[in-house]
Design a protein around this ligand. Structure first.
Ligand code: GRF
Length: 210
């Protein structure tokens, strides 16, 4: 096992979290998921964490005056647990630049489209798939990328593609993309944990398996 201690920020259904848990439990990802962080108390992801013996951690932003204060609070919790990799999955709060700088190169995100298209502020959830359908593109997919200070713009680690069908709705497209998200996220985290990702400018180069 590597010494990678992961925090998954998952305030929703947690299907990507589940994919990562499955990857760890199957021995494909040699790391430990120490904690699942959510800014929503009722997130299904917290329940998934409990089921797998992972600490669920609800951190409310309600009594914080701004993002800086909230992410300072989050940061303290992560430090206390020795977290050295953060995986975002459906985490929509705007992360403070201080936090991003502190964990530079150690925050991954999954986006349900092929970046740099269909990303940026306000592009989340079904809005992404609606925009894809409206645009008329024939392929969509998902992207796992490093997080930097600009929304959905950090260096891309991996992408997976799905075909857009003539009769697709945002829902049908979202569900096919989600299947690929799970594979892409597992692959990206595995490569990260194995120390095989090298950031060269805007590109991420995958080093060969030793
Ligand atoms: C996924 O579509 C992800 O790409 C997006 O939010 C959704 C999270 O789904 N950013 P889940 O909570 O992992 O099921």
């Amino acid at each position: 096992m590597s010494d990678t201690r992961i925090a998954v920020f998952s305030p929703g259904n947690g299907s990507n979290l589940q994919a990562l848990i499955d990857g760890v439990e199957a021995g494909d990802i040699a790391a430990e998921i120490k904690v699942v962080v959510s800014n929503r108390k009722d997130a299904l992801s917290l329940e998934r964490a409990r089921k797998h013996g992972i600490e669920p951690l609800y951190i409310t932003p309600v009594d914080c005056k701004d993002a800086v204060e909230y992410f300072n609070k989050v940061s303290k919790e992560l430090e206390a647990r020795g977290i050295n990799l953060i995986c975002l999955a459906g985490f929509l709060l705007k992360i403070s630049p201080e936090f991003i700088r502190k964990y530079k190169g150690r925050i991954l995100n999954i986006h349900p489209a092929l970046l740099p298209g269909f990303g940026g502020k306000g592009m989340y959830g079904h809005r992404v798939h609606e925009a894809v359908l409206e645009s008329g593109v024939k392929f969509s997919g998902c992207t796992v990328h490093f997080v930097d200070e600009e929304y959905d713009r950090g260096p891309i680690i991996t992408q997976r593609v799905v075909q857009v069908m003539d009769d697709d709705t945002a829902e049908t497209l979202a569900s096919r993309v989600l299947v690929e998200e799970h594979k892409a996220y597992k692959e990206a985290v595995k490569l990260y944990v194995e120390g095989r990702l090298e950031i060269k400018g805007r590109r991420v180069v995958v080093k060969r398996d030793r």
